[in-house]
Write a protein that binds this ligand. Sequence first.
Ligand SMILES: [Fe+2]
Ligand SMILES: [Fe+2]
Length: 457
Amino acid sequence: MADASYNSPVDTIRLSELIGALSRALDLTEGQAFGHSLSSCLIGMQLAQAIGLDRESRSALFYALLLKDAGCSSNAAMVQEMFQTDDLAAKRDLKMMDWTQPLQAVRFGLSLAGRGRSAWTRLIRIIALAPGGMAPARQMFAVRCERGADIVRMMSFPETTAQAIRSLDEHWDGRGYPAGLTGEQIPLLARIAGLSQTVEIFRSTVGRMGAMAMVRRRSGSWFDPELVRVFSRLAAEDAFWSRLASDRPQLMAAVAALEPPEAPEMADSQRVDQVALAFAQIIDAKSPYTYRHSEGVAKYAVAIGRQLDFSPVQVREMHLAGLLHDIGKLGVPNMVLDKAGPLTHEEMEVIRRHPRYSEEILSEVAAFSSLAEVAAVHHERVDGKGYYRGVVLADFPQAHRTLPVADIYEALTADRPYRQAMSPDAALALLHKEAGSGVCPRAVTALEAALNKGEVA
Ligand SMILES: [Fe+2]
Ligand SMILES: [Fe+2]
């Protein structure tokens, strides 16, 4: 593979393509099927059309539906801590029950807390949760909603999009979270998004009839009865459901076709950077131990690239690759990610999947094809003993060999569940020891030069 083949046309991308692709990472964090956000978007936009929502509101809703789970990684560690179980599974199960009903909430807690442990351990866990009542749950929702709203603001989406996400879990009867808003106090876009996501969760889990029955049951409690009336009319038609059952490329195309402004919104390089930086924060928020990891990797990868006289296009790609290389980690449960002790073979296998997820997510953006490849090989080794493909990294272009060095250096110099941060000198010494077998010697020397010159710290 020659360096000359390396180019990166990431100057202008269709915004819906970029956000639609990255929404897959949010589905992973929520333990949902890969097309969850896209399908929720299709449901919501059909509702919006049926009620005659104006173009501007439809555009705001479109991105609210795709990014509704942007704050979800922020409470993953909290969910794991609260239930002492797989946060992905807990979040998936939580979505299937009516947690405003005390009996259902207790049953849920009992079934989940400390799953896989003895009945006694689970009971102790429930009692430990009880004194706070629903306060921890309220906090869990609040973190998710506020963080989600902040993240879409970072990406320059309108305030109406942020407000729709902020009020996503409010209920018509005032028993939702975080503010307990009632009826029309809840922004219309949030009411549509809340209904759409719940319909999609039930449709993909118990089917069309189960989803329709759930909506009827929760009309006037969770959902706006007027929206339920419109939904029921639409849901009687097969066409409403048939698009939702398609495969992922078809879903992407159907979502793109529903984008409201007739001229599709494009993301210039500045917007792409904003979106990448926002997603880096979503990725790093997943675990308290990866705080600012992606931004750090981007910083070191750019510094190495500059030392090695990369072109401006390549330097920019190092920046984006640093920000997004671990996007697949959103699919790793915190139980594994934050584990203090040694990992079992099965847990290692779960960790080893994340570069593949990163590759799958990023390769859905046509302009990100080389970026996806850089992310795919970020845990490969020069001698071919890395993961997930086990390819010989020495055969790859310099850019592919650069990111792993930046990634390892950042990880070594940050605190981890199983060890304290290493000093820069100790981290460099370790990288030099690995040079030639594990990592690329040129990239290590370039990193050391950049650190010595004070070009990066
Ligand atoms: Fe990684
Ligand atoms: Fe990483």
